[in-house]
Design a protein around this ligand. Sequence first.
Ligand code: NAD
Length: 457
Amino acid sequence: MNVINPARCSEVVGQVLLCSEADVEKAIDSAQAAFKTWSVTTAEERASRLRDAARSLRAALPDLTTLFVRENGKPLREAERDIQRSIELMEIVAADLPEWSKPVLIEKKQPVWARKRPRGVTAVISPWNSPVLLSFKRLVPALATGNTVVVKPASYCPLTVMECARIMRPHFPPSVLSVVTGHGSVVGETLAKDQRVRAIAFTGSTETGRRILELAAGSVKKVFMELGGNDPALVLGDAILDEQAINRMTNSILRAAGQVCIAIKRIYVHESRSQELVEKLERSFDRIVVGDGLMPETTMGPLNNKSQFDFVTGLLEQCRRKGLTVITRGRKLAPETWEQGFFMLPSIVLGAGDKDDIVRCEQFGPLVPIMPFKEEHEAIARANDSEYGLRASVWTARSERAQELADRLEAGAVFHNNHGIFQDLHIEFPGIKQSGLSRESRYAALDHYADIYGFAE
Ligand code: NAD
């Protein structure tokens, strides 16, 4: 299968094997054989191997970053940050591992200990929007706790994950970490069905997550799901809309051309501030330079693949046909080669109703609908009217008010005057409703990949 550069669709960045069911079964056979020895290594040994592998990845950072931009499209800085955070995660997990591994005395009268052992072959299935970090967030704790791992990266973006695995492999015994490529319907489904795969960590759309849950039920696998989102931002009447706030908002809407699970995907603004917010965001979107992520001037790259490009441009077409206002801003870096990539300028949509697709679905593109509200309770109800519950944000000058509204917003985490990620890699909160099933903050991430069993004296 060809992997193409979304900034110049005629360029083939690499080719990967379309694995068959039998190929995936072979990878599971080898992972199961390798588990026998890897599972009995000490936490100290696994931590040390992780640190060594992190060092080798760090040495390859510039090449990995370029490859990542060429297959994914995001600008250099964003791509480098994803890989850097993946490496940092290895170091953090290596540091936590010895303490986490110790048995915990949970009852003294009749001494009862909670002890940990690895579970077995673990499958990691990741999406194209952030394939490296989202593979590493699952595969690092899984390897660290003594499991063997088979990774299935996204079909559109498998190369950087494969290259990272190639660099890491000499630091681990054979078949402790393997990568299988190809179609989700063949490779992913085989992993989800196979009885020998004891746990599956999936990041991707809610629809695929549902299918994996069905298949995993056959062998009652442990599942870890981080799924889709349609995050609302509530801008209250007293919001501070200064330059920093508008920059943070723009960044959350347009980072990775909006192809981020945690991103502002709809804005509810108090009617008294609606016009001001639209004007300020227009000016901010004006500064966006859309082009090839490898060019230093680029602040927003292309969409990653044709199907996503067709979906997002189709949504905007639908808005225009319905008579909604579509305001498109930003600058084309190289207008003469614009048609060669999946490029889109950023847009604001006005006049959308709560039932419109642009508001209800996860658009995953560089656009945002802005809708005015009169009363805060009405804004909360509209924000919660979604199958998703990943993140939300409240923009107000009063932090107590933000906390009160956070209690009523159905989201795994709520940000005040910001909308993004936690800087500390130890901190994570799962999505709720149909956005996820997991816990991955610090030790919880390690617990997830282990069997925690009781031992009583
Ligand atoms: P996707 O669900 O289409 O694919 C994700 C992975 O699953 C890919 O590797 C794909 O090949 C594989 N797959 C596809 N069909 C499968 C099947 N039937 N069985 C098993 N595996 C299968 O998602 P995507 O389009 O790659 O990524 C975008 C989605 O991911 C968005 O919905 C986004 O919100 C979500 N996402 C969520 C998080 C989070 O942390 N909550 C993070 C990033 C992305």
